[in-house]
Design a protein around this ligand. Structure first.
Ligand code: IMP
Ligand code: MG
Length: 184
């Protein structure tokens, strides 16, 4: 692995907390359904997902929870361009109003795949909530109904996001740089 370093916190813990509250204020109405299911895309969404469902609970939103593990990046920062189901969700989605939760909307391939997959299981509707959006990298017309922060085209880690499966535990979002630097 190249030497790499965590640099410049881009989004602090406090900013994330405030934004999660804002998102839920706008999102709650979309979640009022008698058949509501939240599906987190593993592994990147785990922290955002956990904060989101707890905040939604404060607004009286209760639903079923499921997860789906999708892979598009082999390793490092380059997309393979193809999305695969590594572990499928198992809840019955027939007639369900689904919210997909992901860490970041980048090329848009993962979300396009996930939405189609969920609808093919008989869902009534499928919306998406992503923590981060990198619109400059999009290869399709995908958009999420709810977005935490829109960022530039730069690789970030933390709060679930990884570099080779490291840094997911950071409570903030930071840039990662890859050049050798004895000071870091
Ligand atoms: P997409 O299919 O290109 O939209 O990619 C979405 C997935 O790519 C995310 O769920 C992340 O796992 C990964 N990804 C994209 N950009 C970043 C980044 O800056 N840091 C970490 N992971 C990223
Ligand atoms: Mg990833």
């Amino acid at each position: 692995m190249d030497p790499h370093h965590i640099r410049n916190v881009l989004i602090t813990e406090e900013q994330i907390r405030e934004r999660v509250r804002d998102i839920v204020v706008h999102m709650a109405e979309d979640c009022r359904s008698d058949n509501f299911v939240m599906i987190g895309i593993l592994r990147g969404s785990f922290m955002f997902f956990a904060d989101l469902v707890r905040e939604l609970n404060r607004d009286g939103i209760h639903g079923r929870v499921d997860f789906m593990m999708l892979a598009s990046y082999g390793s490092g920062t380059a997309s393979s361009g193809q999305v695969e189901v590594v572990k499928d969700c198992t809840e019955d989605l027939t007639g369900a109003d689904v919210f997909i939760v992901d860490d970041i909307l980048d090329s848009g391939r993962t979300l396009a795949f996930a939405k189609e997959h969920v609808m093919s299981k008989g869902a009534r509707s499928c919306r998406a909530c992503v923590l981060l959006d990198k619109p400059s990298r999009r290869v399709n017309t995908m958009q999420a109904e709810h977005v935490g922060f829109t960022i530039e085209d730069e690789f970030v880690v933390g709060y679930g996001l990884d570099y080779n499966n490291f840094y997911r535990e950071l409570p903030y979002i930071a840039r990662v740089t890859f050049e050798a630097d004895g000071n870091s």
